[in-house]
Design a protein around this ligand. Structure first.
Ligand SMILES: [Zn+2]
Length: 51
């Protein structure tokens, strides 16, 4: 399934990777991933020395 993309040049929505001779951008950028928040904490835990 193709994702809808947007041309930055003319502002048109398209399914093509290119429009107006430039690369189009994803019109639906990935949403903020709540898991990232926890990944940060997990990384912190990893830094803790267990002695
Ligand atoms: Zn365009």
């Amino acid at each position: 399934m193709k994702k809808i993309r947007k041309c930055e040049s003319c502002g048109e929505y398209t399914l093509e990777e290119e429009h107006c001779g430039i690369k189009t951008l994803s019109a639906h950028p990935p949403k903020y991933n709540p898991n990232d928040k926890y990944a940060k904490y997990r990384r912190k835990e990893k830094g803790i020395s267990n002695g």
